[in-house]
Design a protein around this ligand. Sequence first.
Ligand SMILES: [Mg+2]
Length: 408
Amino acid sequence: MSNREWPRTIVHADMDAFYASIEQLDDPTLRGRPLLVGPNSARGVVLTASYEARPFGVGSAMPMQRARRLCPQALIVPPRFERYMEVSKQVMDAFGTFSPQVEPLSLDEAFLDMTGSERLFGPPAAIGERIKAAIREATGGLTASVGISDTRYVAKVASGYRKPDGLTIVPPEDARAWLAPLAVENLWGAGAKTSKRLREAGYQTIGQIACADPKSLSRIFGAIGERFFAIANAIDPRTVATTHSTRSLGSERTLATDVSSPRELRLYLRVAAETVAQRLRRRGLVASGVRIKLKRADFQILTRQDGLTAATDVSAVLATKATELLDHVKDPGPFRLVGLAAFDLAHASADSQLSLLPTAGKRDRGLETTIDALEQRFGAGIVQRGGEAFGDRGVGIPTNLDFLDMDD
Ligand SMILES: [Mg+2]
């Protein structure tokens, strides 16, 4: 079947062992050796293991201590996020030469909508080879694995099918049969816990989900059960999202009394960070930039903004950046309004985002998603962490304005 008959041509490209490969690229003495990229501390986790380390059973998100026991000969390399960002830019720029529709999911992977581009680049296999070659050239030798199909979901599973340096083409009419023998762990949104529940309910493969009664799936698994049924049948209507209608997401408070104490300002920023992070998580978004806004008593507005090393939906990360920005404000105040906005928003990938977070972020995210779940069940404000209450500071309840900036 020629590509011309594909309703859509969607490419998922994913760099192989991104951080570890960059370390090996930059330092030839590391090539061919087992590497663990991550903080060498008792509580650190592995961010990326090189392919030489993986046969020992180590992988991303594993506690560093355990990884060292499994693979004692591995070299531990502290992460250099600035460098990874730089290479990420090279990779994304290379993607941009193939399609105006590129949706980055994280630093090292993206969807490309290549529908109708076969005249320019040839059939899917040729498109895949050209993208891989372009990445190799742009980065000075790094490899990517590429999956191509007519849906995002199948393209994504296909890119992970033969790693590293893989290329897997799944024609639309083969997609359902191609997915069928794969394990339920490959379902988008099925983490370890959900996969275990799927297996306990008798579903071992994607094909079994595809043939299941969707009603019984949603009875056991809720809304995600229906989604599992759809993607197991290779139905994924989502297109590649290049423009995000939401430009920024923020929370600001007009204070009951003007405030100039940095300590109090930090506290307001932290609360705003929590509101913003929770709203990001609800929308499945991550932010790559933080902006703070202060309004002086004379109504003059000061803003400071900066980018983040990695996209996040974790309030602690937003709050840390906001505090840093606050330190750059030399104006002593007093201020009548404090706000924080997250910008440079992108859709969080269900499964790849966590691996990008440094350890602290990962722990915080776990705590924050737990709070999300509790609040969903018992109502907002059920969980308060120490030092968070405003009432006992005599500040009173400030007016709170949460806002969304839309593109149109
Ligand atoms: Mg990758």
